[in-house]
Design a protein around this ligand. Structure first.
Ligand code: GLN
Length: 228
């Protein structure tokens, strides 16, 4: 866990692979949560990774991952580190972002029954319910076939995962699972433009297709949302 910003000489480019210097610069919000797993996937894909704990680090990135963890803690730390306004600004300006689990919560424009005082960054026109699968089935794994991700099913790991209970017209639903209560399906992966959100943890299953999609979105954005 990385709850405290460290000294200014800490290298911000946490790249273990010098040969990867040509990849896009991808930030991982590193205030709390499963930062390391996302860094590992991004390094495997040849990205340069910046751990984002301060606005100056955010300025360097061409895309961002919001990891899973505890959304209330991440929200509090984001505000304590003066990152909320810059994050909202970059997201509104077209920064490609992948949010997983707590990261999906952070990307939601609206929450059902947020914790007291809890805020999100927003960006995706959706209403999200935290811990959407309840206590009985709070963690589970299943196979999904997300829209637009060719290949074998994605093995999805859900850990006290949120669900999207309502999405706006600009939002593409990428994956659903059967609703744990009642019939129908519940939304667990969405895309709105360059913003991607998954209720599960693509970084822990060894399947890098969501991270690849994020890197493709950087290319498509063509630097328009590049470092400020
Ligand atoms: N339930 C957590 C929250 O509300 C998210 C869980 C996760 O990221 N694995 O933030």
């Amino acid at each position: 866990m990385n709850a405290t910003p460290r000294g200014s000489h800490v290298p911000v480019v946490a790249d273990a692979r010098p040969e990867a210097v040509s990849g896009p610069v991808v930030g991982v919000l590193a205030v709390q949560g499963d930062v390391r797993e996302h860094v590992a996937v991004l390094h495997r894909l040849g990205a340069r990774v910046v751990l984002v704990r301060r606005p100056a680090e955010l300025d360097q990135v061409e895309a961002l991952v919001l990891p899973g963890g505890e959304s209330t803690a991440i929200d509090r730390l984001v505000r304590a580190f003066d990152l909320q306004a810059p994050l909202r600004r970059r997201i509104a300006a077209g920064l490609p972002v992948l949010g997983s689990c707590a990261g999906m919560i952070l990307l939601a424009d609206r929450l059902v029954e947020p914790a007291a005082g809890q805020q999100t960054l927003g960006g995706i026109d959706m209403t999200v319910r935290r811990n959407g699968f309840g206590r009985q089935v709070d963690s589970f794994e299943t196979d999904l076939e997300p829209v637009g991700l060719p290949g074998p099913p994605v093995h999805a790991v859900f850990i006290r995962a949120p669900v999207a209970v309502e999405v706006g017209p600009e939002v593409d639903v990428l994956a659903t699972v059967p609703d744990p209560v009642g019939g129908g399906d519940t939304i667990v992966a969405v895309r709105q433009g360059v913003l991607l959100a998954t209720a599960f943890h693509p970084e822990v299953s060894g399947d890098d297709r969501f991270h690849r999609l994020l890197l493709e979105l950087v290319e498509q954005a063509g630097g328009r949302s590049g470092p400020s």
